[in-house]
Design a protein around this ligand. Structure first.
Ligand code: GDP
Ligand code: GDP
Length: 441
């Protein structure tokens, strides 16, 4: 097993509105976004993203966006931003260098006082101005010498990335992630969906070792076990700990921990409580899984004792509310009774195989040619879009690089058509398939 931390560290962006947090967020997470193929109907959560730093990556959380929302109705959202600061490995407190210190900055500085050791003051909008002169005003916040940047112009980003690389233990980039050996499975779902019950059921006597993730102090637990002779690692966010802390009955839902578990996994098992249906929180968690590119199996739990009518209802609700997961397998289970866990693990195994399959250039190009022949891409301004050949660019998810001309003009429908053609030809069930286009003229 790797020595580098398995769980991605978290960086929280904090600051009053308009200082440039979303601009910085986009700067840090942009390279990633560009690689993510458009998945059907998936709304992107702009408050959580991944940043590639040095040879690793971290999760970036824009807590500002969350706090602004919190002024409206949703109290659980305010809770999320407090949790995010507490759970963050590093906090970037952003201020506007041109505006000087305002009272909201002071209030935020006070709130961050218990976390000063992991906080860095970042002064934005410094382009064309003397950083040292601007900085003097901000010493009063008691957070030391601010780092001057101009997020909108990409200035100071190198220094900022260096600082992040020094201050957080980066999780290894996910490219070579556990391709051999154990299949890393994350269990995610809202509180009470049945994650701990499922974990205990699956691991039960199959447990090999149970240990905290080496080298991290986070509450994530990794449990190794074998199922049907195949080695797995379950990445559990809070389940095991919670059983020990009986007094802490009300488990708080943590977006950050959910993201960390997803990031550390190859396959995600997302639990839905059949008795509760698909709520906003479920849709949000599943949206994060879809965006991560991980293989996924949706377990509809608590299937025991339901009437046929209820079962039909939840099935149609799942189809209606989760159209962006058309590639996932859905397995109804009862974690409590241990029913259909064999089917669940078969789906996990199948999704894992699909996510890591090897696709030859000749086979991919043949499927591409056939698909294009059956249904040619539309002409743009009288010129046909040509798609010449395809090769594999990555695994987990399978990424297919397609070479041609004017490929940037292909519409989403046609892209989806191609994804489906590849999916059918290579039986890529249970994993997203990303397309990457290269234009050669
Ligand atoms: P947020 O509310 O903290 O997320 O701030 P935004 O990222 O939305 O930025 C607020 C405004 O500041 C926008 O108009 C940005 O274009 C502007 N802004 C962001 N970064 C810079 C910068 O480096 N220099 C200048 N002059 N303006 C910036
Ligand atoms: P977690 O918060 O996601 O870890 O959920 P738990 O595993 O703690 O389960 C929450 C509650 O749901 C507990 O009372 C479980 O006994 C119950 N539960 C879990 N799985 C099932 C199931 O398959 N059927 C039924 N009827 N109850 C279940």
């Amino acid at each position: 097993m790797e020595h580098a931390p398995l769980v991605a560290p978290t960086v929280a962006l904090v600051g009053r509105p308009n200082v440039g947090k979303s601009t910085l967020f986009n700067q840090l997470t942009r390279t990633r976004d560009a690689l993510v193929a458009d998945e059907a109907g998936l709304t992107r959560d702009r408050q959580y993203g991944l940043a590639d730093i040095a040879d690793g990556h971290c999760i970036v959380v824009d807590t500002g966006g969350i706090m602004e929302q919190a002024e409206g109705l949703d109290a659980s959202v305010a809770e999320q931003s407090r949790l995010a600061i507490e759970e963050a490995d590093f906090v970037l407190f952003m201020v506007d260098g041109r505006a000087g210190v305002v009272s909201e900055d002071q209030a935020i500085a006070e709130m961050l006082r218990p976390h000063t050791a992991k906080t860095c003051l970042v002064m934005n909008k410094c382009e064309g101005l003397d950083r040292d002169v601007l900085a003097a005003d901000f010493f009063a916040l008691g957070l030391g010498d601010p780092l001057g940047i101009a997020a909108a112009h990409g200035q100071g980003m190198g220094l900022l990335r260096e600082l992040l690389a020094q201050r957080i233990a980066l999780a290894p980039s996910n490219k070579p992630r556990r391709e051999h050996g154990r299949v890393a499975v994350a269990l995610v779902g809202r509180p009470n969906a049945g994650k701990s019950t499922l974990l205990n059921r699956l691991v039960g006597e199959n447990r090999v070792i149970a240990s905290d993730v080496a080298g991290t102090t986070r509450d994530s637990v990794e449990v190794a076990f074998e199922y049907n002779g195949k080695p797995y690692t379950l990445i559990d966010t809070a389940g095991l700990r919670r059983k020990a802390k009986v007094y802490d009955r009300i488990e708080k839902f943590s977006v950050v921990k959910t993201l960390q578990a997803i990031e550390a996994s190859n396959v995600v098992v997302a639990l839905i409580d059949a008795r509760e249906g698909v709520g906003a929180q479920d849709a949000r968690i599943l949206g994060m899984v879809a965006e991560s590119g991980r293989a996924i199996v949706v377990a509809i739990n608590k299937w025991d004792g339901l009437e046929d009518e209820q079962r039909a209802q939840i099935k149609s609700e799942v189809e209606r509310k989760l159209p962006f997961l058309d590639y996932a397998s859905f397995v109804s289970i009862s974690a409590l009774h241990g029913s259909r866990l064999k089917e669940l693990m078969q789906a996990v195994s199948k999704a894992h195989r699909a996510a890591f399959c090897d696709l030859s250039t000749s086979a991919l190009s043949a499927v591409l040619e056939k698909a294009v022949h059956a249904h040619p891409p539309p002409a743009v301004a009288g010129r046909r879009i040509k798609l010449r050949y395809a090769h594999q660019g990555g695994r987990n998810p399978p990424t297919i690089v397609i070479h041609g001309n004017q490929t940037e003009k292909l519409n989403n429908n046609y892209r989806r058509y191609l994804v489906n053609a590849f999916r059918q030809a290579f039986e890529l069930d249970g994993t997203p398939v990303h397309l990457h286009f290269k234009t050669s003229d």
